[in-house]
Design a protein around this ligand. Structure first.
Ligand SMILES: *Cc1c(COP(=O)(O)O)cnc(C)c1O
Length: 439
């Protein structure tokens, strides 16, 4: 019904949306940072809450006791009584889900959340110790072209050459030399468990603050399938749109002692008006994440990642760090004589989407890379299980081992589409779009 309005007003953008829904349905989504949100989350996102300005918070900080007072009006605009309820629900649900003292749900993105965390704990020029991007870290953990690398004195740690995992003795040595103000624990391409308790030991040894960034693994943490950083880190940031399966955005969790500062740095320090439609959608996602179904889903996501990694290993692909404990894996393609860039581009031609990724100590340039990163959150949301993972490993292998034989691509693509047809995505939505555009 509302899509019809879009079609009438702007058929070009309608078509963008319609075609994207078809693309999501008819391809195999292996990008580890993507997922498919529920219709309930989309409904909150596409709601009138987008109209509301609500700078401030649905509470006030008391001057002398440093406590949150919900009975006071903490907004800089009138008419916030309903969005206040939405934001309070998002906060309470996130606190419950992760066991955090305080949660700020206003961050527009994971990068902004990290920026807020760093400026809550440090000043420009302070030393920041983060995982190198080409060893699995994120741009916002100190890359020179990112704000983090420009505002902070960055020292980067790497994974061990042999194990391709973080070695805490090496990290401790580096931390003692660098004397960082802030240590960042977290990654975008690290298939193994992040031992936050070990990071805490290192931080304590050198008197540093610890920021944990669980953008990728938040869903696993919420389902208790990965060690939680909440007891160990001073501030925990996470995106809400990856394994957590909510809208695009982020939240910041912290210990009580940093709560007021985090709020102040976020607004007015870093952002203006919060996106209350996104915050409402975050609340919906947190409610979904507290369910038994969500735990079952996360367990299956991990089981699927293990199944895919094992099937690829049998087909002679090397898994970085020897496999996976999480929702993702890094595949070293050197045994196949194919670069990450080529694999990414050609896989896309048969409807398999993933991203090229550096492997630790990669001999190729970051734009080319020797590997690809594969993740199972999105496919698991569609209902795929271990047998499909074995099938997908074979499809990937068929493409990679015959990469120059383009006449074989259509047959592989047909197999991909056939598999997708058995796991329909947004069926009602796609039917509606089809009906409207057929008129
Ligand atoms: C994805 C990711 C982010 C950034 O999220 P954006 O919302 O894209 O800014 C931050 N940290 C890590 C570890 C991530 O994987």
């Amino acid at each position: 019904m509302y899509s019809e309005e879009l079609y009438k007003t702007d058929p070009e953008i309608f078509d963008v949306v319609r075609k994207e829904a078809e693309r999501e349905h008819s391809g195999l989504e292996l990008i580890a940072s993507e997922n498919f949100v529920s219709e309930a989350v989309i409904a909150a996102l596409g709601s009138v809450l987008t109209n509301k300005y609500a700078e401030g918070y649905p509470y006030k900080w008391t001057k002398d006791t440093d406590e949150i007072d919900y009975s006071k009006y903490g907004r800089y605009y009138g008419g916030c009584e309903h969005v206040d309820e939405g934001e309070k629900l998002a906060i309470e649900r996130a606190k419950e889900l992760f066991g955090a003292d305080h949660v700020n749900v206003q961050s527009h993105s994971g990068t902004t959340a990290n920026m807020t965390a760093y400026f809550a704990l440090g000043e420009p020029g302070d030393t920041l110790l983060g995982l190198n991007l080409s060893h699995g870290g994120h741009l916002s953990h100190g890359h020179p072209i990112n704000f983090s690398g420009r505002f902070f004195n960055v020292v980067q740690y790497e994974v061990d050459r042999q194990t391709e995992q973080i070695d805490f003795d090496t990290l401790l040595k580096l931390a003692r030399e660098a004397k960082p103000k802030i240590i960042v624990a977290g990654a975008s391409a690290y298939p193994r468990t992040m031992h936050f308790e070990r990071f805490r030991e290192v931080a304590d040894d050198v008197g540093a603050y610890l920021v944990a960034d669980i953008a990728h693994i938040a869903g696993l943490v919420a389902a208790d399938l990965h060690v939680s950083p909440v007891p160990y880190a001073d501030i925990v940031t996470t995106t809400t749109h990856k394994t957590l399966r909510g809208p695009r955005g982020a939240i910041i969790m912290c210990k009580k002692e940093f709560a007021r500062t985090v709020d102040k740095v976020s607004f007015p320090g870093m952002q203006g008006g919060p996106l209350e439609h996104v915050i409402a959608a975050k609340a919906v996602a947190f409610k979904e994440a507290a369910s038994d179904e969500f735990i079952t889903y996360q367990k299956q996501t991990i089981a699927n990642a293990k199944a895919l990694a094992e099937a690829l290993t049998k087909l002679d692909y090397r898994m970085v760090a020897g496999g996976t404990d999480t929702h993702l894996m890094l595949v070293d393609l050197r045994s196949k004589g194919v670069t990450g860039r080529k694999a990414e581009r050609r896989l896309e031609k048969v409807g398999i989407t993933c991203n090229r990724n550096t492997i630790p100590y990669d001999p190729e340039k970051p734009f080319v890379t020797s590997g690809i990163r594969l993740g199972t959150p999105a496919l698991t949301t569609r209902g795929m299980k271990e047998p499909e993972m074995a099938n997908i490993a074979e499809l990937i292998d068929e493409l990679i081992t015959n990469i120059e034989e383009r006449d074989r691509y259509p047959a592989i693509k047909a197999k991909v589409e056939e598999l997708c047809e058995s796991f329909p995505l947004y069926p009602r939505r796609r039917t509606e779009y089809k009906n409207i555009s057929a008129r």
